[in-house]
Structure formats: structure tokens, C-alpha cells
Design a protein around this ligand. Structure first.
Ligand code: GSH
Length: 211
């Protein structure tokens, strides 16, 4: 398998954690999101991933999978141990809801493309962009804080899909200096997960292309 990713990308970080939890160590090809106008937008990478975003995962038979939620579900279906989702449908839906808040309602609003659009096309100032980021991360984290459990990882004693999404989102929030004092459950679950070897190995600073 080959993982195409970028060290600081939130969705790449998420997929690296899921791969590490499943005990999978793919080859890795870094796609620089800034250099040369963004390597993800070049013809060579777009031939793999027409959306021009990271991450992508190329399987041993040459099949290329894109979109971290779809790839993580693929991993869960093909390598069920250790499970990232609980067994019963209601619990699964609760875990997936937290993943969706982060993956669908938070991360896209501070992704590099939309932030660039705010700055360049709409003329937003840096304080306005910072306020935008703080607003939407805060909005999502307030919901996540109420939804996850009062001890352990997000949903109990083992890390799962919600933790896979939470830790990179926390990394992004810190990078953007979003205040986190009001989220004790998130900080507890995040600290526990960050100390786990699979999460630690996936950290942006541990990637060969880290700057
Ligand atoms: N929903 C997608 C998001 C992918 C995504 O937006 N990746 C960002 C980095 S976190 C990217 O490639 N940005 C480059 C660009 O927008 O040009 C996923 O989870 O895989």
C-alpha cells in the first residue's frame, strides 16, 4: 500500500492514526500542499485523485481510494481488528456523529482552500479569518464536548473512530490558537489518545516531510 499525504494535513493525520491503530504501515509519498503552487493540483497527482486533495491510499493491486472517511470505513471493513466502531448500531451512530461533526462541519471550514478564498476573493483581514476559524471550531467542539463520555477516550476505555477524528482537530485548533479551556472532556480524551503509540506515531512532527 502507498499513502499519499502531507505532514500537517488534518485529514491525512486522521488516516495515519487509523492505519497505525490497525497495525498497517504503508509506503508513503509526501504531496507538498504549498510548493510549486500545490503538488496536489498537478496533473500527476490528479491522475490518482481527481479531487486534488490528500490523503489518497493506493492498494497493492493499484486501486486508489480517496477521502479519509471512505478509506477509514474501508479499513474497518477489511481489517476489523481492532475495531474502531462499537458493536451495537445506536453506539455506532453516536460515534459516527462525533466523527461527522469534526469531518463535515468543522474541518472543511478551516481548510486551506476556503481560507484562501476568504482572504483573496472576499478580502477578509487576518483578524476576520481568525474569528471565522475560532467561531466554527468552537461551535463544533461545544457539541463534541457534550456528546463524548466523562472518562477515558471519547467513548470508553479503548480508542475508536471519534478519537481518530478528535486528535487531528485538536492539533488544528492549537495551531490556530483557538481557546480550549471550556472543553475538559475533549482535553482529557485528547491527552489520553495523544499518549497512545499509534496516535503518537501519526503526529505531524513525526512525519519525514515535517518542516
Ligand atoms: N474530506 C476530505 C478532505 C480532504 C482535504 O480537504 N484535504 C486537504 C488537506 S487537510 C487538502 O488536500 N487541501 C488541499 C487543497 O484544498 O488544495 C478527507 O477527509 O479526505
Amino acid at each position: 500500500m502507498t499513502l499519499f499525504d502531507y505532514w500537517r494535513s488534518t485529514s491525512s493525520y486522521r488516516l495515519r492514526i487509523a492505519l497505525a491503530l490497525k497495525g498497517i504501515a504503508p509506503d508513503r509519498e509526501a504531496i507538498h500542499l504549498v510548493r510549486n503552487g500545490g503538488e496536489q493540483l498537478g496533473a500527476a497527482y490528479r491522475a490518482l485523485n481527481p479531487q486534488g486533495r490528500v490523503p489518497s491510499l493506493r492498494l497493492d493491486d493499484g486501486t486508489v481510494l480517496i477521502q479519509s472517511p471512505a478509506i477509514i470505513e474501508y479499513l474497518e471493513e477489511t481489517r476489523p481488528e481492532p475495531p474502531l466502531l462499537p458493536a451495537d448500531p445506536v453506539s455506532r451512530a453516536r460515534v459516527r456523529a462525533v466523527a461527522a461533526i469534526i469531518g463535515c462541519d468543522m474541518h472543511p471550514l478551516h481548510n486551506s482552500g476556503p481560507l484562501g478564498y476568504l482572504r483573496r476573493e472576499l478580502g477578509a483581514s487576518e483578524p476576520a479569518v481568525a474569528a471565522w476559524i475560532t467561531r466554527w471550531i468552537g461551535d463544533g467542539f461545544s457539541a463534541v464536548e457534550a456528546l463524548i463520555g466523562p472518562e477515558g477516550f471519547c467513548f470508553g476505555p479503548e480508542p475508536g473512530l471519534a478519537d481518530v477524528y478528535l486528535v487531528p482537530q485538536l492539533y488544528a485548533a492549537r495551531r490556530f490558537a483557538v481557546p480550549l479551556d471550556g472543553y475538559p472532556n475533549i482535553l482529557r480524551a485528547g491527552a489520553l489518545a495523544e499518549a497512545h503509540p499509534a496516535f503518537a506515531a501519526a503526529h505531524p512532527s513525526r512525519q519525514p516531510d515535517a518542516e
